[in-house]
Ligand binder design. Structure first.
Ligand SMILES: [Zn+2]
Length: 333
């Protein structure tokens, strides 16, 4: 069994594998512009974030009913469990669905039906994080949070994703203030394609507790010092960074340097169906490409639980951390 870990940066829509996309398309009478799953896999060749996002939104057309969302989450949890995931904080993009006429309640209740039995079926505890699309307006984000209010018992926090450049965090100040008033935790993508300044802005203007990606913080030494001092977690996604050309190769990924700088970094899969692997695959990838030691892999696993939103269940966090400490790498795989 792989090392126990939490996954903190995972878009549920990004777990849609070609096989499930075709199965749902057939069930829902949606025609995909690809001959078969092989042709669809061929389309998974991106040059940057925008070209990925174009395909990502196109494929969402197959997700229509609550059952579709339940199946999507079930498929992710099953794969995640096999890769050692014990806790998952899952992003979803309501605006990508409401824009297609799918009510937010269908999305949340569909995902919720899967998450309700995740522990029993897959041994995974879960949290749900509602993400706003930053290339949509601030008003649309506010309307989305308003529409989610009947379902807040299912939602732990809010996040911010999609095309980063040109959409600075401050654009969403008001909706993050409202989220804070509602008692929601706050995270945001920042410093992936956008500059280090967006990381500062996400901390100072949006009050986020974790930065998703954030690797461009390395361009600003005083920001690195602050992130290390304040123990702000960064949810890194190595395979995603290579596929979206944020770094050229895995061997050039700054993960090791970031660990050495004292940053609280975690390894995650982002959109695993599109980026070539789930979170355990990402762990294996960075281990091989960067020559990480067992101590470093254990640190990454420990970080994932320390960075997770388990303040409402510290006994569970302690149990997971004890599993990490007890894990024997040499007995595995
Ligand atoms: Zn992401």
């Amino acid at each position: 069994m792989p090392v126990p870990k939490a996954e903190l940066h995972l878009h549920i829509e990004g777990t849609l594998e070609p096989e499930l996309a075709f199965a749902l398309a057939a069930r829902n009478g949606v025609t995909l512009p690809y001959a078969d799953t092989d042709a669809l896999r061929e389309a998974y060749r991106f040059s940057d974030l925008q070209s990925f996002l174009d395909l990502y939104y196109e494929l969402m057309a197959v997700l229509r009913t609550a059952e579709d969302f339940t199946e999507l989450a079930d498929a992710y949890l099953e794969r995640a469990a096999a890769q050692g995931v014990r806790h998952a904080e899952i992003f979803f993009d309501p605006q990508a669905h409401t824009a297609r006429g799918i009510p937010i309640g269908v999305v949340i209740e569909g995902l919720g039906a899967s998450l309700d039995r995740a522990e029993e079926r897959y041994g995974i505890s879960t949290r749900l994080i509602l993400c706003f699309l930053r290339d949509e307006s601030a008003e649309s984000a506010l309307a989305t949070l308003e529409a989610a209010k009947p379902y807040l018992h299912r939602i732990t926090g809010v996040g911010l994703d999609s095309a980063e450049v040109g959409h600075p965090p401050a654009k969403f100040r008001e909706v993050y203030e409202e989220a804070a008033r509602l008692g929601l935790r706050r995270v945001a993508h920042a410093g992936e394609e956008g500059p280090a300044a967006y990381v500062r802005e996400a901390l100072d203007v949006l009050g986020v507790e974790r930065i998703d990606h954030g690797l461009r913080c390395m361009e600003d030494p005083s920001l690195v010092d602050r992130l290390a001092r304040e123990r702000v977690p960064l949810t890194l996604c190595p395979f995603s960074n290579v596929r979206l050309r944020v770094v050229d190769t895995l061997a050039e990924h700054p993960l090791r340097t970031m660990m050495s700088a004292g940053l609280l970094v975690t390894v995650n899969s982002d959109d695993p169906a599109y980026f070539g692997g789930y979170v355990g695959d990402n762990f294996d990838g960075v281990r091989d490409a960067l020559g990480l030691t067992e101590d470093q892999l254990r640190e990454l696993a420990r970080n994932s639980f320390e960075a997770s939103f388990l303040e409402d269940d510290e006994a569970r966090r302690a149990r997971y951390l004890a599993e990490v400490e007890a894990y024997r790498f040499d007995a595995a795989e």
